[in-house]
Ligand binder design. Structure first.
Ligand SMILES: C[S@@+](CC[C@H](N)C(=O)[O-])C[C@H]1O[C@@H](n2cnc3c(N)ncnc32)[C@H](O)[C@@H]1O
Length: 415
């Protein structure tokens, strides 16, 4: 599975020209180069620029801008990385980041705070289009839909590293720590306590601090994976149900995400009472519950045993199995009507896609948090005789480069 560097190497090969006149020996002492004209957006929260034929992935820039770039990584033969530290010609899509640590060389959490919300969604749409064209050979119009509530104060699950009793986050692609602003990260939901107040009693050593706040405004805090305050479980509301969720377990981070995704999946699958469905990578049973409520018999699979116990409690009418999807799917029925796939960022992969297609479902809903993984898996589904019927994309992670897609695939019509 290609990691970010392999992906960037491939992106650089697609964009690079053959001359690479500039090399490390000729770089200025301060590592700042340019002016360079910024080209198109690439997956990962940066844009592509060229200097003497060499590809530079530039963060904190926007397509069409002219910037000077501080190089941050010159270790790769085919591309370098850098931050735009001076904007000589700004894009109309540029805005001033709200967070004081959202700029070059600082916190790695946000990639697009310097872009207006509309521009962010356009950039994300370009990335999805490019990934699907390149990896799946699919040309599709993409519009990234906005969620209610604005682009700040949405995140219900936060992770920090504490040090010297202060809450910090990692610098982009680095282990170095950057202290979050005194009033906390502006992406965190307002009901969440100030992270410095939570970090203060933890002393000088580094600890992992996870803060989870439910829709009801209840907060659980874990330090190094151990519950330190609040309840071990939170209750969330979505799709007309209450959901028991482990304080340290998976739940969509944006308060409107679960409802939005359920609506898109149901709309795309149009389930009918009496049909059978697999909910693969089911977490605590979100899509299984929505399908059961539509009269469908559901079998969910999830690797996290605690999530499976909660899924069974949340959706008693469903059947749930703990295990890796690629193994469990082999023992599942040889036919099904519907499949929901909601894998982690790495995607489902060849074995799972082949196993799903071999069950001949009449429709597959692929919920994807990484457009590159979606592209690879859609490419595989095409080989197995499934075509993309519709695609919706949602800005579930404003100010970051992350995007969520719901792709509906159906058997290709053979003429
Ligand atoms: C993106 S989450 C989706 C959860 C759920 N569908 C929801 O919306 O709440 C992906 C889930 O896949 C699970 N997972 C990761 N790798 C897995 C694997 N190989 N087999 C089964 N489940 C896996 C994770 O534990 C996580 O709960």
């Amino acid at each position: 599975m290609p990691g970010p560097s392999a992906r960037d190497e491939a992106a650089a090969r697609r964009t690079t020209s053959t001359t690479q006149g500039i090399d490390e020996a000729t770089l200025p002492a301060d590592g700042i180069v340019g002016p360079v004209e910024v080209g198109s957006v690439a997956h990962g929260g940066h844009c592509v620029a060229r200097l003497d034929g060499r590809v530079i992935f530039v963060r904190h820039a926007l397509p069409g801008e002219v910037v000077r770039v501080r190089l941050t990584d010159t270790s790769h033969a085919s591309f370098w990385r850098g931050d735009a530290v001076e904007v000589l010609q700004a894009s109309p899509g540029r805005t001033t980041p709200r967070c004081p640590v959202a700029g070059p060389g600082m916190c790695g959490g946000c990639d697009w705070q310097h872009a207006t919300p509309q521009t962010q969604r356009e950039l994300k749409a370009s990335v999805i289009r490019e990934q699907l064209a390149h990896l799946a050979g699919i040309d599709v119009d993409v519009e990234v839909e906005e969620l209610p509530g604005g682009t700040f104060g949405w995140r219900t699950r936060m992770g920090y590293v504490t040090r010297d009793g202060r809450a910090t986050m990692r610098r982009h692609r680095s282990k170095e720590l950057v202290e979050v602003p005194a009033d906390g990260c502006p992406l965190a939901i307002e009901a969440q306590p100030n992270p410095h107040a939570l970090a203060a009693p933890l002393g000088p050593d580094e600890h992992l601090l996870r803060v989870a706040t439910s829709a009801e405004g209840r907060t659980s805090v874990l330090v190094d994976g151990v519950l330190s305050s609040g309840e071990p479980e939170l209750v969330e509301h979505a799709a007309g149900r209450d959901w028991r969720v482990d304080a340290d377990g998976f739940w969509q981070g944006h308060p409107a995400a679960a409802d939005t995704l359920v609506e898109a999946v149901l709309d795309g699958l149009a389930p009918e009472a009496g049909e059978r469905a697999f909910d693969l990578y089911c977490g605590v049973g979100l899509f299984a519950g929505a399908l059961v409520d539509a009269g469908v018999q559901v079998w969910g699979v999830e690797i996290d045993k605690r999530a499976v116990e909660l899924a069974q409690a949340n959706v008693p009418q469903g059947r749930f199995t703990a295990g890796k999807v690629d193994r469990v799917v082999r023992r599942m029925p040889r036919a099904t009507d519907l499949v929901v796939l909601d894998p982690p960022r790495t995607g489902a992969g060849k074995d799972v896609i082949d196993a799903v297609a071999s069950r001949n479902p009449r429709a597959i809903a692929y919920v994807a948090c990484d457009p590159a993984a979606l592209g690879r898996d859609l490419g595989r589904l095409r080989k197995q005789g499934y075509e993309l019927e519709s695609l919706r994309s949602f800005d579930l992670f404003p100010n970051t480069h992350h995007i969520e897609c719901v792709a509906i695939c159906v058997p290709a019509v053979v003429i």
